[in-house]
Design a protein around this ligand. Structure first.
Ligand code: PLP
Length: 398
């Protein structure tokens, strides 16, 4: 028997592959500060459980394949606050933003078709596209340019007859970069000129710092028929385990076909949809409080990183990530060493190696990503451990 080439070609998630090492190390009594995965520590708003507790039913029935109307209406209202109008049938509820990316890729790509993605990108895009034999064509962005997009000429050079879409997360994971309006307009222009879909992954929307707004691609005019906006409650509402996301598009042919995929997997968990509807109903003041909290943590991480000799990083303006260059040859080896060999009073940290966030061979080897998902006290301590760990590592390796 032989497994499919498709599955064999998939790579392990770089964010999770070192977890067994951390688990082993923790069994020895060492404390590990986890900055490797985007699991927020902020309490899920109470309205989530309240709505579920108040849901009066004797049978947990299948939900509608397209999703619970109460949740769809709440997402409509969420977009309406920014002047973006989606009809009820424009929104399909998915198992997290993850399923939303997979379904969108299935709908726009045949095997061998290409999707442009600015790199470094959310590493699971490799999995979502690989599952359906679509190919990521990376648009390389650089730390020195704050991971903003290159000029239009550079991007259109990558377009072939097989290019079907441009996919990006905004705010970006792992870059924390928020696209400027001119970049969003440029994407829209390229998509119109080359007849591409735009898949705008907005699972971190609202998490924008320094007074930036971080607007939805849905505010850009003239792309209604080609725009697919992806949503999730995981990050903004700190509800990763709820597994609730959504695909939103004005393209009726696209959504009617996505509905077939929704029907094939029957439905998304009923109770979590009820809870998620309450989350989308939270006022903007909730999002403002989250922003303030993450901005403080971003500042702690940035102030520490920018002081460490040899570290190269730009100040990110959104989401809760940082990607930076380390003064080491191989970031993964350093991260494993931090786990296995280093400790400061019985404590160490775990960060994510960044190579897997790139599609271009050789890029990201000396880079790592931090998710600032710990409170201020723990962040300060974790960053101190990183600084001391790097000092010790360089002594050992010189
Ligand atoms: C950019 C981006 N998109 C999508 C997802 C998937 O999120 P979920 O499936 O939890 O909604 C993540 C998770 O980290 C992400 O960072």
């Amino acid at each position: 028997m032989k497994l499919s080439n498709r599955i064999l070609a998939l790579k392990e998630s770089p964010v999770r592959k070192l977890v067994p090492i951390a688990t082993k190390v923790k069994k020895t009594g060492k404390k590990v500060y986890h900055l490797n995965i985007g699991q927020p520590d902020i309490k899920t708003p109470e309205v989530f459980m309240e709505a579920i507790n108040n849901y009066d039913t004797e049978i947990i029935k299948y939900s509608f394949s397209a999703g619970e109307p109460v949740l769809i209406h709440a997402i409509q209202d969420y977009f309406k606050r920014d002047g973006i109008i989606f009809d009820e049938e424009d929104i399909l509820i998915t198992n997290g933003g993850s399923e939303a990316v997979t379904f969108s890729t299935i709908a726009v790509c045949d095997p061998g078709d290409e999707i442009l993605v600015p790199e470094p990108f959310y590493t699971n895009y490799n999995g979502f596209t690989g599952e359906v034999n679509a190919v990521i064509k990376p648009i390389t962005t650089k730390a020195e340019e704050g991971y903003h997009l290159p000029k239009k000429e550079e991007i259109v050079k990558l377009i072939t007859k097989k290019t079907k879409a441009i996919l990006f997360s905004n705010p970006g994971n792992p870059t924390g970069t928020i696209l400027r309006l001119d970049e969003m307009e440029m994407i829209a222009e390229i998509a119109r000129e080359y007849d591409l879909f735009i898949i705008s992954d907005e699972v971190y929307r609202g998490m924008a710092f320094d007074g930036l707004e971080g607007v939805s691609m849905g505010t850009i005019k003239g792309i209604e028929d080609r725009l697919i906006v992806l949503e999730s409650v995981s990050k903004r509402y700190s509800a990763c385990g709820a597994r609730i996301g959504a695909i939103c598009s004005h393209n009726k042919e696209f959504t009617a076909n996505i509905l077939k995929l929704c029907q094939a997997r029957l439905c998304v968990a009923t109770l979590e949809q009820i809870g998620a509807a309450a989350l989308y109903g939270l006022p903007n003041s909730y999002i403002d409080s989250i922003k303030t909290e993450y901005q403080k943590r971003r500042d702690i991480a940035y102030n520490s990183l920018s002081k460490i000799p040899g570290v190269v990083c730009e100040k990110p303006t959104g989401a809760f990530y940082f990607i930076f260059k380390l003064p080491v040859e191989n970031a993964e080896e350093f991260i494993i060493w931090m786990l296995e060999e280093f400790e400061l009073d019985g404590e160490t940290i775990m960060i994510a190696p960044a190579e897997g966030f790139y599609a271009t061979e050789g890029l990201g080897k000396n880079e790592a990503r931090i998710a600032y998902v710990l409170d201020e006290v723990q962040m300060t301590r974790a960053m101190y451990i990183l600084e001391k760990g790097l000092e010790a590592y360089q002594k050992v390796n010189n």
